[in-house]
Design a protein around this ligand. Structure first.
Ligand code: FEO
Length: 173
């Protein structure tokens, strides 16, 4: 049994993970429109990862006997001037997610909610990787600047990204 306050906070964050999925699906579409098929693949993989994050929260809340609340989906931006801008926005968004996860962890400690503390640990680790991936790509994109050949090389690397569902994932999408 988790507290109502904790359930509400987890539900709110679950919806933010769904927003993240939509944000990256839109970035995949924008990349495709720019002819960057590798980036489109990278963001599609990211979309699928976010759906797993969303479903992890969903399943945890259901297992705790909570009736979840879903909002109407909020419109996400669908226009970016460059791949660099997309990744700068992605990093800012992931830093927000990290801060939210940290707040949830603090609430779980305050509530003496050991189950939620254990559940949230996976996300604490995951956020290190999420932010690191974005920082690496931003650094590479800044190095090549407007050089089309350089951008295409990075796009080629991004085409290699493959979706791997974490073990025990609640949903393979
Ligand atoms: Fe689910 Fe990218 O944080």
């Amino acid at each position: 049994m988790i507290s109502k306050k904790m359930a509400d906070a987890l539900n709110k964050h679950m919806n933010l993970e769904l927003y993240s999925a939509h944000l990256y699906l839109s970035m995949s579409s924008c990349s495709n429109e720019k002819g960057l098929k590798g980036a489109a693949n990278w963001f599609m993989v990211q979309y699928r990862e976010e759906m797993i994050h969303f479903m992890k929260f969903y399943t945890y809340l259901i297992d705790q006997g909570i009736n979840i609340t879903l909002p109407a989906s909020k419109a996400v931006p669908n226009s970016y001037k460059s791949l660099l801008e997309m990744f700068e926005k992605t990093l800012t968004h992931e830093q927000l997610i990290t801060a939210c996860i940290n707040d949830l962890c603090e609430l779980a400690v305050k509530d003496k909610d050991h189950a939620s503390q254990i559940f949230l640990q996976w996300f604490v680790t995951e956020q290190i990787e999420e932010e690191n991936n974005d920082r690496d790509l931003i650094a590479k994109l800044k190095l090549v600047g407007d050089n089309g050949h350089g951008i295409l090389m990075i796009d080629g690397e991004m085409a290699q990204r493959v979706f791997v569902a974490p073990p025990g994932s609640p949903l393979a999408v």
